[in-house]
Write a protein that binds this ligand. Structure first.
Ligand code: NAD
Length: 291
């Protein structure tokens, strides 16, 4: 069992740190929020009041932070100067590919091994230990990270070198954002054409219009399997987080000369929705704006 420094105990990190403690690891936990620290303490972690304390004795350091700037500042201010040589750094946050590559190179210069390991699956999967991890890093880094990630997830996939985990994550979420937008506008059109939406679902879910957005996460209340639509679009994956991921994908497309017209249009739909949404609704709630 490893000594793990865990930084970022929010909606996702709280459950992930708890699962590592449950698996028998010694988890030394830090967050800027006192509430998050207290929750981690109740879940079997050892809360500390300074990030350096969380990392200085660790074999492995896991971060689950909001965005690239937070990861870069935690690594620069607290990890690089305090981690022991050879320590494995696993960043599970969803961040831009450039920052992921940059921090991995800076870690290597200091004798540390870094992998990016963003997740698919929301808060329920973080709490239940059923996340999917897409990992960017060397084969050696992946082999070291996999057993730790397995204690928090159901699937751990090596996507390629440093940054490849983040690249896979933003490509997947750009596709998800666009298919959800297309699914929502299609149901809105079906309604205007007088179709019964359950009947249209029964047809399209078995025809060539089928997608995960339709058959696993249908945006229409009462149609398909239970989804946030059946709960007033509360919970699930917030539209603001989808917007963040779509923007990461668009930035990467510009930096790499890729044409993503569908991604651009979908990003504009989420941006307009998030601006008007005071409740932090699920990303499938864009159907309410398209109807
Ligand atoms: P969150 O805002 O709930 O948690 C982030 C935590 O980081 C907070 O507790 C905050 O206090 C802490 N933090 C910020 N700066 C810090 C610092 N300098 N030092 C220590 N702690 C600091 O966010 P979340 O929903 O847990 O998401 C975390 C990451 O996971 C994001 O990158 C997000 O895009 C990604 N993600 C989220 C979901 C989801 O459904 N919530 C799903 C997949 C991926």
């Amino acid at each position: 069992m490893a000594t793990i420094g865990f930084i970022g105990l929010g909606n996702m990190g709280g459950g992930m740190a708890a699962n590592l403690a449950k698996a028998g690891h010694k988890v030394i936990a830090f967050d800027l929020s006192g509430e998050a620290l207290a929750r981690a303490g109740s879940a079997g972690c050892h809360p500390v009041s300074d990030p350096v304390q969380a990392v200085s004795d660790a074999d492995v350091i896991v971060t689950m932070l909001p965005a690239g700037k937070h990861v870069a500042s935690v690594y620069n201010d607290s990890v690089f100067g305090a981690a022991r040589p050879g320590t494995l750094l696993i960043d599970c946050s969803t961040i831009d590919v450039d920052t992921a590559r940059h921090v991995a190179a800076a870690a290597k210069e200091r004798g540390l091994e870094a992998v990016d390991a963003p997740v698919s699956g929301g808060i329920a999967a973080a709490n239940g230990g059923t996340l999917t991890f897409m990992v960017g890093g060397s084969s050696g880094g992946f082999s070291r990270a996999a057993p730790i990630l397995n204690d928090m997830g159901k699937a751990v996939i090596h996507a390629g070198d440093n940054g490849a985990g983040q690249a896979a994550k933003i490509c997947n979420n750009m596709l998800l954002g666009a298919t959800m937008a297309a699914t929502c506008e299609t149901f809105a059109l079906a309604k205007k054409l007088g179709l019964d939406l359950q009947t249209f679902y029964d047809i399209s879910s078995k025809a060539s219009g089928q997608s995960w957005s339709m058959t696993s996460y249908c945006p229409v209340p009462g149609v398909g399997p239970t989804s946030p639509a059946d709960n007033g679009y509360a919970g699930g994956f917030a539209a603001a987080l989808m917007l963040k991921d779509m923007r990461l994908a668009l930035e990467a497309s510009k930096a790499n000369g890729a044409q993503v017209p569908m991604g651009e249009r979908a990003e504009a739909i989420y941006a307009a929705f998030v601006e008007a949404d005071a409740q932090g609704l699920d990303f499938s709630a864009i159907i309410t704006a398209l109807e």
